[in-house]
Design a protein around this ligand. Sequence first.
Ligand code: ZN
Length: 169
Amino acid sequence: MRTLAHILDVAQAAQLPLRRTSRASEYRSHCPFCHDDARHWHLYLSASKDAYYCHRCGAHGGVIQFYATLHELSFAQAKERLYPAGKTRKRHPAESLSPEDLKRLGFLSKPWVRPPHLSEREWQTYRQHCLDWIWSAWKDHETWERAFTERMERHFRACDERASLKHVE
Ligand SMILES: [Zn+2]
């Protein structure tokens, strides 16, 4: 079983805005390849075909080509990133967290192995929920850590300023 990478996910990860068109599963966006400006929506994305086409510069292709052009990779490199060797499904971003990262979040093991009482389908659903959950916990953690670091930096800057004032006196 092979789950394809979705072109809309790739577009969203690259922070391209998406706008529905009148056709089902078709979206428009700014073309990142010909630097379509914010007023124009020349890039068409098909969610059902996982394909793209720009009505301005003519750039077109499937999801791997899209990913390759966006990230300036060769087709083979893009394919390897989207479909890592030996893995037939798309990697969840939470899967790239290290065991230390997971421990910091309070997760002791990776939910990577299917318990025998779940069917493959139930397992995929369960696993997806776990990964989404871990990923959102990680994002929160990062936000917290960033805020903490900024607070500490402000604190140290204030200390430094006080120290240099004293030095001048
Ligand atoms: Zn274009």
